[in-house]
Design a binder for this molecule. Structure first.
Ligand code: HEC
Ligand code: HEC
Ligand code: HEC
Length: 430
């Protein structure tokens, strides 16, 4: 009885998926779009300057330039559960870059995630956000990319396991999860809010990191911006919720975090966020940052796992001996005294450096300490801070057990919560 039912369910599922697949195959827009710039589009040097601004705001370099590599030559590895893909070269080289792409092909790639030869691209390229860009803005980015130095080195070949190397599979996914058209300003809201919405949702693609993902890697838009995960780093809840998100931050604190990477009483940004700030957000005009803040204020509040509520001990309470910490974190405390207190102090205030003022940081009250473990292993991603002020990597110096005890100590000392990091988790994070 039960077996028959399973068969029937199985056959129906295959039929539905097959049908959906066939529908997607024929109807997903692979044709070339019509790409007329509007009358408002600038030309010449002004167009290139606009394109440069947009390329920075969209942070194309974060993924298309490797550390120490040639600008926009690609080659950055993206490790997915089913293999590795590499970002392509998007310099104007005609053979390995995008020099011989037409404007229409470029617009199609950004808006529909389709490559030059009609192949479906993987959403590690955040076209689900870029699809919201206006045609004018995509063409301006294109105009800027055309002025870059050509690099004739190809990016490495992708290595994906079957069936994930079958690009047409992406068609069904796109049909379900892609936005259907460019961003439409909300006439009921002012220009600042609309500019902020465009930056957050489209250009600066905050949701690609800050929105949780479902089983099919899709962003769960019903709980947009309520906290995601990037390469093991937690990208915190940035909705307007008072306990879990930014609801109790002042406008100025949010603006400082976005443009400088640290905010009074809310700690610092590290890892992928620090990188987004260094390469992109810190270079935006103040008016853009203010627009982002105005929009974030209106993102519906979403609560979360009670463990992820931000919490912090008060500065005055914190000295070497003032906090009760579990016995198993004692080795962590010793490491903190020797390797960390010189920069961070016992009270988490930056010694000689406001960038090291970590007290109040969301990362310090997360029991799983994912971000603390990663910043200890990787150090600071800060590109141009003076030597002696940047956080070094401690990966080679400390064992997995050391790092686990240290991270648990940091969480307990600064927030009063008990850390739950194990040596195995540290080993995985390496
Ligand atoms: C989060 C990382 C990420 C960001 C940010 C990003 N890309 Fe990509 N991009 C990728 C990856 C990965 C691929 C390859 C996808 C694939 O192979 O299916 C890609 C593919 C492309 C392609 C297709 C190239 C080809 O040869 O098929 C173009 C064009 C492109 N990106 C342009 C851009 C532009 C322009 C920006 C900024 C507006 C940008 N990308 C931002 C990761 C990124
Ligand atoms: C590449 C991924 C990525 C992108 C894109 C990104 N963020 Fe983040 N963001 C993170 C991560 C990871 C953290 C946590 C950093 C830490 O704990 O040190 C973070 C932290 C933050 C924080 C601090 C939150 C807190 O509770 O401490 C704010 C505010 C923030 N991001 C806002 C934004 C906004 C607004 C955008 C878009 C303009 C954005 N982020 C784009 C990954 C990202
Ligand atoms: C040379 C100074 C220096 C030393 C030593 C140092 N740090 Fe840092 N640390 C920084 C700076 C600067 C930042 C801000 C990161 C940035 O700007 O990218 C930071 C950031 C952090 C953060 C914030 C992570 C987040 O995502 O919010 C934590 C936690 C941290 N350090 C812990 C430690 C621990 C534990 C040690 C000892 C093993 C240590 N640091 C040693 C300078 C230092």
């Amino acid at each position: 009885m039960v077996r028959w039912r399973n068969y029937i369910i199985g056959i129906c599922t295959i039929a539905v998926v097959g049908l959906l697949g066939a529908v997607c195959f024929f109807f997903w827009p692979h044709g070339l779009p019509d790409v007329q710039a509007s009358k408002a589009q600038p030309t010449g040097a002004e167009l290139v300057a606009r394109g440069e601004y947009l390329t920075v705001a969209a942070d194309c370099a974060a993924c298309h330039t490797t550390k120490g590599g040639k600008p926009f030559a690609g080659g950055l590895a993206f490790k997915l559960p089913f293999g590795t893909i590499y970002s392509p070269n998007i310099t104007p080289d005609k053979t390995v870059g995008i020099g011989d792409w037409s404007d229409a092909e470029f617009v199609r790639a950004m808006r529909s995630g389709v490559g030059k030869h009609g192949e479906d691209l993987y959403p590690a390229f955040p076209y689900t956000s870029y699809a919201l860009l206006s045609t004018d803005d995509i063409l301006a980015i294109r105009a800027y990319l055309t002025t870059l130095a050509q690099v004739s080195e190809p990016a490495p070949e992708n290595a994906l396991a079957f069936p994930f190397d079958q690009r047409p599979l992406m068609r069904g996914w796109k049909l379900l999860f892609m936005p259907w058209g460019p961003f439409e300003p909300d006439p009921g809201k002012d220009k600042k809010w609309n500019d902020g919405a465009y930056l957050v949702e489209a250009l600066a693609h905050c949701g690609e990191c800050h929105t949780p993902r479902g089983l099919m890697f899709q962003r769960k838009q019903s709980v947009a911006l309520s906290g995601g995960n990037v390469d093991g780093w937690k990208a915190w809840n940035i909705t307007s919720d008072k306990d879990y998100g930014l609801g109790n931050w002042s406008d100025n604190q949010i603006a400082e975090m976005l443009s400088a990477g640290h905010a009074k009483d809310h700690g610092v940004a590290s890892g992928p966020m620090r990188e987004a700030i260094d390469l992109s957000l810190s270079k935006l005009p103040r008016s853009d940052i203010e627009a982002i803040v105005a929009y974030l204020r209106t993102v519906p509040a979403v609560a979360g796992d009670p463990d992820l509520k931000a919490m912090s001990r008060q500065n005055e309470e914190l000295t070497a001996g003032s906090t009760q910490v579990s016995a198993d974190t004692q080795p962590g405390k010793q490491i903190y005294a020797g390797a960390c207190a010189s920069c961070h102090g016992w009270n988490g205030e930056g010694q000689f450096n406001s960038r090291a003022a970590i007290l109040g940081g969301h990362a310090l009250s997360d029991p799983t300490a994912s971000n603390v473990v990663r910043v200890v292993l990787q150090g600071s991603s800060d590109h141009d801070a003076a030597p002696g002020r940047t956080m070094p990597s401690f990966a080679k110096i400390y064992s997995d057990e050391d790092v686990a005890a240290l991270a648990n100590y940091v969480v307990e000392h600064f927030s009063g919560r008990k850390g739950t990091v194990t040596a195995d988790q540290v080993s995985e994070a390496r």
